[in-house]
Write a protein that binds this ligand. Sequence first.
Ligand SMILES: C[S@@+](CC[C@H](N)C(=O)[O-])C[C@H]1O[C@@H](n2cnc3c(N)ncnc32)[C@H](O)[C@@H]1O
Length: 341
Amino acid sequence: MVTDLGTGIADAEGGPVRHIPVLLHEVVEALAPQPGKVILDGTFGAGGYSTALLDAGANVIALDRDPTAIAAGQALVASRNGLLSLHHTRFSALDSFAPEAGLDGVVLDIGVSSMQIDEAERGFSFQKNGPLDMRMSVSGPSAADVVNRAKVGDLIRIFGFLGEEKQAGRIARAIEKRRAEQPFQTTRDLAGLIEIVTPRKAKDKIHPATRVFQALRIFVNDELGELAQALFAAERALKPGGRLVVVTFHSLEDRIVKKFFSDRSGKASGSRHMPVAVEKPVIFAPVGKGMVAASEEEAQLNPRARSAKLRAGIRTDAAAMKADFSIFDLPDLAEIERMGG
Ligand SMILES: C[S@@+](CC[C@H](N)C(=O)[O-])C[C@H]1O[C@@H](n2cnc3c(N)ncnc32)[C@H](O)[C@@H]1O
């Protein structure tokens, strides 16, 4: 039985959803784990990547911002005789977990896990009724706080940029009207309003609330900011020859990773902020031939893999460069970001 969003698999009795690791073989190949290597898994989730890396003999330092993932991972920690350590933290701080000699590998599997989507109480899915929450770390402002408190202009920017929602203005204004009478509390509450404001047409492949829910999730968890910071942190934390492997599921995230590797590739390039091309050191050499997508076979077995993109690089011995966020060309959401968790 496939879950509502096709992101995981329930057991035959409809029991708890398992997270199926995406591009697992390709991730392990790109990281080249071996006994004695120290690899940081910044998105532990259900431990799929960490388990494969441990099985290949590597030492693993794993992080997750979700306390539920940390609690569920304790059994794996106990079974691996000190080869796995698991920490409750954001991956933007991953460099503070690196040993002095540096890391041999960093892997990030961006986004939510099947367990998070499947649990109605977490409020990630509009197909299950639950509190309008969406906080991976279960702390800070929730999606309900954003929907009930953000200025209409900010909601339009959030839905438009992070959700690429064409009806952002119409939806935001309807939210403003409705919340003045009764604040939003549940996922169905918000999804119901969006269904009324932008009814589904026969040709629509996705539910009308999909983009708004995606935008709120990315905003509430500052997912783009976390990713950008983590890439710079990995640059500082990897030793020469160390590998950075990132799997994304969304075009905005993939654009960030692509721009990062391009900026660190040593190619002279100009930008909106620096129109004159300048020479730069090579910080990451490419692994393989560029972006890797899931095979047809994997996409059939796991619909979540359909949008997955893997990019990887090998750290050179050049000194880490300054963390300059302008390379990502992201619109300035800083003002509203302060409200994000
Ligand atoms: C797609 S799942 C990872 C699945 C994992 N690779 C596996 O094989 O089981 C993503 C996980 O990363 C965590 N996560 C997302 N953003 C994070 C961040 N900024 N810092 C730490 N953990 C994060 C989520 O809580 C979730 O558990």
